[in-house]
Design a binder for this molecule. Sequence first.
Ligand code: FEO
Ligand code: CA
Ligand code: CA
Ligand code: CA
Length: 670
Amino acid sequence: MQRRDGFHNKKEAFEAFDDIPTNPHLERTIGDVIMARYGRRSVLQGMLGVAAIGATVSPLALAARASAQSAATRYVWDEVEHGVDETHHVASGYDADILLRWGDPVLADAPAFDPMNQSAEAQAKQFGYNNDYVGFLPLDGSNRGLLCVNHEYTSPEVMFPGVGAEPDADDFKAMTKELVDIEIAAHGGSVVEIARGEDGKWAPVAGSQYNRRITADTPMTADGPAAGHERLRTSEDPEGTRILGTFNNCAGGMTAWGTYLMAEENFHGYFWTDQVDEEGSPLDTVGGAEAAKFKRYGVPERSYNWGVHYTRFNVDREPNEPNRFGWIVEVDPMDPNSTPVKHTALGRFRHEGAESIVNSDGRVVVYSGDDNRFDYVYRFVSAGRYNPDDRAANLRLLSEGTLSVARFDEDGSLTWLPLVWGQGPLTAENGFASQADVVIDARIAADKLGATPMDRPEDVGPNEVTGKVYVMLTNNSNREQDQIDAANPRAANNFGHVLEMTPEGGDHTADRFTWDIVVRCGNPAIDEVGAMYNPATSENGWFASPDNCAVDASGRLWVTTDQGTSWPKSGTADGVWGLETDGDLRGTGKMFFRVPVGAEMCGPLFTPDDQTMFVAVQHPATDGTKSYEPFKRLSTFEDPATRWPDFQDTMPPRPSVLAITRQGGGTIGT
Ligand code: FEO
Ligand code: CA
Ligand code: CA
Ligand code: CA
């Protein structure tokens, strides 16, 4: 059965959340087409080999490039090939070992995983569903530490027996309160102590005192400008400071002081309304006086029916509850009894991630993308300074500071526009009564400031070695020809691009950066795609829809992809690629790892010694399985496209975190 939105099931629709633009303020780019940097001359140069890369850079960046030395590739292995099948693949000479699977015990008293007899109580003690961000807090160098893993969402069609391929059919009839309770327990995050044994293999430390499950029900507090504000108050929380849970935590970050940041992304999908039209779509009037704000955030989306069973998720009953989500949550993994904090100073939007860097002056800078078509790239600069000897003070660094949004100009410069109440248009006349309104409605404030609407900003990762910052722009097939600009140079951008930001003078708090595009993704052999890679890239080295990224200790960039149900457009499953950013090979990709059918690649993350790369395989057996030749249908619990990673008839597919190490030991990828 086709859903009203044209997708086959909730899963497909969920993956496409990010594809439904809610930004009506696109005037700045419409009719403001700057082709100067991507004109005919550049395209011609693109045919001429290495010059293609020069053609994609700004004059400012070119000057810096001139001094960069050419070098041999820094990514050494036999490349994995594009393709798709029922299992994962890693470069030869490496082991990719399953470390943690959905349902594995986390807490000491967790029962063994029994997929036919699931319960919320068991799930709240076991590893959650759809592992996404992976962080590592070292406890003993690179051999023991706390793995911090987000559980972004649930895929009920392959989680639960008997619910079929479309558990949302007939108004979620299959999704009973019992199953919703399991979903609530399967969201959030896990903190798991892991250690590397004598044999070089990683394993969880059973019953560790640090182990913790965070769920969509875990009590949290809020701080910063919106904490306690009337727009955060609900009937269950009249003070507006005690929030239950976090969900749809996509990527995240680890701070210099050893805390774990969980980014709340597609929170709107969890909110319900009973005010729907004949087709089940929420009425435009939902939210009353707040309707326009609801719309800008896509609330309520009704992709989960939690609001049927719990009134706090029904906006007709609790219109302020959605204002309590869309934040960055800080967790102290060293104290499993600590209360996670939602830092409202970092703004409310669909945060993909929250990677941070300590600036040379000690202020902490957090970068975050708002993953939606035509939404923005943000930066937070702390008011206080990091003090390696005062952890208690560091735990307050994200409570106060300045949030800014990026405007990318065609001359290759970038201006950070501060979201500060009372400045420019952010005043009462425009609906901002205080800084609380500015952070709660950060998207609307950024609209007013003239930020640049981007092709779905995902991870934004600073490179500590070079001081540059990488932005994964995953795709935006909705961008029209008259909406292209220098930083988003392709209409119908199905495959995304990787953008590099360079802080002026290495100062991450500077008002102005420069920027440049490293690669335009997709298959460079197909002219219409308009991909641009270094010609040294092999037929397996190009990729589509960059999503997460990591920088290893030597400053090399690694990119993972998430094509969603669109992977048949590229013909390969998602995976991990190394991507050259310097010298003559800049813009050369190289494939390192590939996921099983229907999965998405999340993580990646290196131990400090670069000897282990953790990756998270999310939602195996779900995306695009109707296009998978050996299967050609939607997956269910009973009949999945793959039973990765256990391959037992009694086990459903299980999202899992893997530890990749080199056989015989050594640095990854050298
Ligand atoms: Fe959870 Fe931006 O993807
Ligand atoms: Ca995902
Ligand atoms: Ca993702
Ligand atoms: Ca994505």
